[in-house]
Every structure is written in C-alpha cells, then in structure tokens.
Design a binder for this molecule. Structure first.
Ligand code: BG6
Length: 487
C-alpha cells in the first residue's frame, strides 16, 4: 500500500476547540510521518468570517509546540483554506464545492474526501443532506464522514440523526468517533486477551470474580458547562467510552481483527447487558455531583451551569452481562469529574483461593489475584500475585509482575486522533462505532436515565477532589468487594 494518502479534509467546526487541540496537531504528525505530503488539503469552515491567512496562522499556532521549524509549519499550513459557512445556506455549499474542486485540481487529490463533523450534532443531518444534494460527494474518489460525539442524546434522537445521515451516506462511509478506541492501551485489551492463551483460558466466571473500570478526572467543567449540564457523566462518558471498554473486555474472540468481526462481537455484548427495572436501577447505579472544596467551586457554581442543576458529574454502576461466560460476574464501572486524580484503569479481580497451604489470617489474608490494565496517564499492566513472606513459615505476601511503558515510549506513540484519522484515510473502520453498537448502548443508558429523571437527586453529594459519593463504595461492599483502586 502506498504510504502517502491523497485526500481533501472538509472540517465543519474548523475554528473549534477540538480542531485546534486535536485535529490540526494530528494532521501535522501525519504530515511529518509522510502519510500526508504533497497531496492533501484542508478546508476549515465555521460561521466566523476569517481569511485564509488568518486561518493558516491559527493552524500554525496549534502546532507550535511540535513543529520542526517555522518554515515547515508554514508549508504545512499552506494546504489549508477557510470558508465562512452557514450550514443551512444551500449557496454556501456551492461555493464549498467550487473550492473543493479547485483544491482537488491543485493538489491532485483524486476526488478523495473526508468530511469531518466537529460541531453541534443538531447540524449533522442538514450538513450531510446538503453535501449530497449540492454535489460534494464525488463519484470517483472515496467519500467518508467522521462524526464526533455526542451522537444523539438518547436512543430516539440517535436514531433520528442516523436516519438523516444515512439518507446521504452508507453505513460503511460513516466513521463515528470514540477517541478511546484510538488509545493504545484500550486497543491492547484484545491483544492481551487473545495473544496470551493462559489469560484467555481464565477469562470467564470460573476464575474472575469481578471487573472494575475506572475513568476518573480531576478537572471540573472548564468552558464546557453549557454542553455538560445538558449531558452529564452518564451520557458523556458511560454511553461511549466506558461501555466500549466493557465490550472489549467481555466480547467473545472475533474470528478476525476486522471491522465487521470486532464490531459484531462488541454488539453482542452490548445487547446482552442486563436491563434493570426501576428498583434495580436505583440499587445498582449511583449518581453524584461535586460540591465545592477549598479552592475549587462546586459544580453548581461553574460557568453556564444551572444553580440548582440536577446533572450528575459522577456515575458508578454495576453492569451485568448476560452471557454464559459472564454469568454472576459484576462489571463495576465508575467515572466522574473533579475526582482525586485523572486516571483510566481496569482492574480484573480473580476468585480467591482459600488454600490451607498458607498461614493466612485476618491481618494477613491470602489476597485475590488481580490484573490491572493502566490506560492513562500511566500505560501498562500489572498482575498481583501471592508469594511467601521471607523467613520461616508460609505467611502470604503480595508482589506485582508488571510492565509499564516508559514516558518516552508513551510520548512516541501516535495520539488517539492521529491514529483514528489515519485509519479513516485507510478506510479502516474497525475502531469506529457501528450504528448497532451505538443503538444498543443508548438503549441501555436510556433505562437508567429515565429512572433518574423521575427522581430528584440530593446534590451535591461528594466533595471536589474525592473519589465520589460514599454510595459508590457501598455498591461494591454490598457484594463483598471493594474498589481496588482507592487512592
Ligand atoms: C470526552 C468527554 O469524550 O472525553 C470529556 O466529553 C472527557 O468530558 C474526555 O473529559 C476524557 O478524555 P481523555 O482522553 O482525556 O480521558
């Protein structure tokens, strides 16, 4: 396969935060690695009236910390054009088409187009329909659409949105992003499971007692209060990132590492999530909202957040997967803002072995083995084992077998967006979300949301900087477990 890819990117939301923080630096990295070279161009669109020069200077600013030289950055930015664009105005798509055709010619792009939708989802439908009706889809090159989250607000709105988009594009042209699927350690889950036979043979309810997924964040809202107050942690993190990680952990081995096989294995898991009735939602899901701490405001004091907001900034839940492999194994998940640390990790706890061989007692029990997969910021694995304490007798002691990637290795890994954009250029949708997965995950989330929306929550119920409300610990204690990661 030719390394260099030819494509025109048309970015809707070209002045936005995501474009600046993630897309332009990722495109630059692909450029430096030779995947993008002479034959690429980018059209940024947004409402504000910017000139090409101004846009190019903004693009250069976004890559300042990674650029090889100013000249190199300028050369890269020279491939960028700007169009002030009203997504509802048909004529604007006509000028966009003219510009796209010019760039196609100028850079010899072979009519390959990637439409990147990075703006409010309410516009996704109208944009897709206009792209089709105004002839922006080419007949000889590829036409792919990358869609940022949130994809809908619930199942119904996601379905409506999907119907609108699929009027213009086929499912295999859609690349719905979940940036967690671009993270090296998330992609390592199937590698670890299926690459190590001994692990796969214990990866079931005979050996595993429970699985814990934690995606905690220490930051508050920043400038995203407006979006977040409407969304909340359940929609913002659980519907997508958390359930995707869970699906990778719980899926059966796909027959190949291909988009169809992987996505269908994940869909099977998402379909098998046990749906709770009201009583069980209240029993098995905990919501929280942070209150103020010394130097940080509470959620309700954040910018663009309602002072009596009922939005949850924390979720913990016990998810059950109704497949023979996982019968009786709880998957505990938790995620939240303004928690103690920014950490992504998975802890898999194995059933304990009450071997009489050891002189274990209450002070010094024989511990359950557990495997930790560190997703971020540390990346690596560790396996907690029982050994004996040095000296006479057989007192148990725990040690870890671990491998963590060095900072240099982590820094050199391609960033999630870079990896996903390259996948899209290659037409590989393995690590993007299929509609079936999205539909199932929304249906699961909706049942929880519906119960919560009927009941007023007693918020705030955790202090900024803590590990969430006490009920999150109780959720595991009721089953005789505890959060393995408890800083
Ligand atoms: C996004 C959420 O999808 O993921 C944000 O909208 C969250 O609220 C972010 O902060 C977390 O991503 P990461 O890569 O920083 O863990």
């Amino acid at each position: 396969m030719e390394k260099e890819k030819k494509a025109l990117f048309i970015i809707f939301g070209g002045t936005g935060d995501l474009a600046r923080r993630k897309l332009y630096p990722s495109l630059y990295r692909l450029y430096k690695k030779g995947y993008l070279k002479d034959h690429f161009a980018v059209i940024g669109t947004a409402r504000r009236p910017w000139s090409d020069e101004h846009y190019q200077s903004i693009v250069m600013e976004t890559i300042e910390s990674i650029q090889v030289s100013k000249e190199d950055a300028a050369e890269f930015a020279s491939h960028f054009r700007y169009q002030s664009h009203n997504v509802n105005d048909t004529e604007h798509y006509d000028t966009l088409l003219t510009l796209a055709e010019e760039l196609d010619e100028e850079y010899d792009l072979e009519q390959n187009r990637i439409f990147y939708l990075s703006m409010s989802p309410q516009f996704f439908g109208t944009i897709s329909q206009h792209l089709k009706s105004q002839g922006l889809l080419t007949s000889s090159g590829f036409n792919r659409v990358v869609i940022e989250k949130p994809f809908g607000h619930d199942y119904e709105s996601a379905l409506e949105l999907n119907d609108e988009i699929t009027e213009a594009f086929d499912e295999d042209q859609l690349y719905r992003i979940d940036h967690y699927l671009g993270k090296e350690m998330v992609l390592n889950i199937p590698a670890l499971r299926f690459g190590n036979h001994f692990l796969e043979s214990v990866w079931n309810n005979n050996f595993i007692s429970n699985v814990q997924i934690t995606l905690s964040e220490d930051m508050g809202m920043g400038e995203r209060g407006g979006y977040y107050d409407d969304s909340g942690a359940l929609r913002d993190m659980v519907q997508n990132h958390v359930l995707q990680i869970l699906a990778l952990l719980a899926m059966e081995q796909p027959s190949s590492y291909s988009d169809e096989d992987i996505r269908s294995a994940k869909t099977t898991v998402l379909k098998a999530l046990r749906t709770y009735d009201k009583e069980n939602v209240l029993k098995n899901f905990v919501r929280g909202q942070y209150g103020p701490a010394e130097s940080v405001p509470g959620y309700r004091e954040e910018d663009k957040v309602a002072p009596d907001s009922q939005t949850e900034t924390f979720v913990a839940g016990k998810v059950l997967v109704d497949t023979p492999r996982w019968e009786g194994v709880p998957f505990y998940v938790r995620t939240g803002k303004r928690m103690k640390e920014k950490v992504g990790r998975i802890d898999i706890e194995f059933k304990s072995n009450d071997s009489h061989f050891f002189q274990a007692d209450v002070q010094n029990p024989l511990a359950a083995n557990y495997l930790t997969i560190n997703l971020a910021p540390e990346e690596g694995f560790s396996f907690q084992l029982n050994t004996k304490k040095a000296g006479p007798g057989m007192e148990p002691s725990q040690v870890a077998l671990s491998h963590h990637y060095s900072k240099e290795e982590v820094d050199n890994n391609p960033e999630a967006y870079e990896k996903l954009i390259l996948d899209c250029l290659n037409g590989d949708s393995t690590n993007f979300i299929h509609w079936d997965e999205l539909a199932e995950s929304w249906k699961y989330i909706d049942t929880i949301r519906k119960v919560w929306d009927e009941e007023e929550a007693e918020f705030p119920n955790y202090t900024a900087g803590s590990m969430g409300p006490h009920a999150s610990d109780e959720l595991l204690e009721k089953d005789g477990f505890r959060w393995i990661w408890n800083p």
